[in-house]
Design a protein around this ligand. Structure first.
Ligand SMILES: C[S@@+](CC[C@H](N)C(=O)[O-])C[C@H]1O[C@@H](n2cnc3c(N)ncnc32)[C@H](O)[C@@H]1O
Length: 249
């Protein structure tokens, strides 16, 4: 014979509360065990050089205006940043299809165009049409035929799927206002064995005379690359001011 246990209503409420408490504990411990994927944007009070928007624990920088294009073409850049060493590290080969994302005035696009030759191509991509106007004037004056200017959006590089052998971003990634969306579109545009190179001013070095929001540490670059589904290949440390981080999709 079974005995039926009658509990007073206050006891029933107490037992319901205890069950609810244990359910909440199980849910909390399950979510704590999940990987720390943080594909969301946050907000902070806007700092000097920052955008007020955060991603992966970093305040995204504000976009460098086309009014500053002259700084990208300054003569001292050759000694301060050693573009010759960067071009050597990029290993551009004749016939390659290269995308210079955030090309600005086309300082690197122009130099890459001569290295990929007439069978190769450089897509010079920028979100500011004024930057592409400056680039267009330069390539017309120089008679360069293998650069195609591409106007991107804040979220999309506007390049065809599986079309790019090598994509470079020189001093650009830190100022993408939508890094998740831009990198997703860029990963689609890379060929299956395509490479992406991020060049960023070294945050670890206080002697690099650049606004803190426009610098990145190697650890932060690697952390964000992993969040975005990119594989780190190697970091080249031959440049005086910048990290050169090679990634694969
Ligand atoms: C600091 S400049 C670097 C220009 C060039 N890479 C160089 O080293 O001479 C950054 C450039 O990135 C561009 N940019 C920022 N966000 C972008 C985006 N979402 N898509 C394409 N270009 C972007 C800006 O318009 C600007 O021309």
């Amino acid at each position: 014979m079974h005995k039926q246990i009658f509990l007073p209503s206050s006891m029933k409420n107490l037992s319901r509360l205890i069950i609810l408490f244990f359910c909440a504990m199980i849910v909390a411990s399950a979510s704590a065990a999940e990987p720390a994927v943080n594909l969301v944007y946050g907000k902070v009070e806007k700092n000097n050089g920052g955008s007020g928007k955060t991603f992966a624990g970093r305040e995204i920088a504000s976009v460098m205006s086309w009014h500053g294009a002259g700084w990208l073409e300054r003569a001292e850049r050759k000694t301060e940043e050693r573009p010759d060493l960067l071009l050597q590290a990029l290993e551009p080969k004749p016939g390659m299809v290269i995308a210079d994302i955030g090309t600005g005035s086309g300082y690197y696009a122009r130099q890459l165009a001569t290295r990929v030759g007439t069978n190769g191509k450089v897509f010079a991509v920028d979100v500011q049409p004024q930057m592409l106007d400056i680039l267009n004037k330069q390539i017309q004056a120089m008679g360069i035929k293998n650069i195609t200017p591409v106007l991107s959006t804040e979220r999309d590089v506007n390049l065809a799927k599986d079309s790019i052998d090598l994509a470079i971003m020189v001093d650009v990634y830190h100022e993408l206002q939508y890094p998740i969306e831009v990198m997703t579109s860029l990963i689609k545009a890379l060929k299956p064995d395509g490479q992406l190179v991020l060049v960023e001013f070294r945050a670890e070095d206080p002697n690099v005379p650049i606004n803190a929001h426009h610098k990145m540490s190697q650890a932060q670059i690697k952390k964000e690359a992993a969040l975005l589904g990119l594989t780190w290949v190697k970091t080249i440390s031959t440049l005086p001011w910048q990290h050169v981080v090679i990634l694969r999709k």
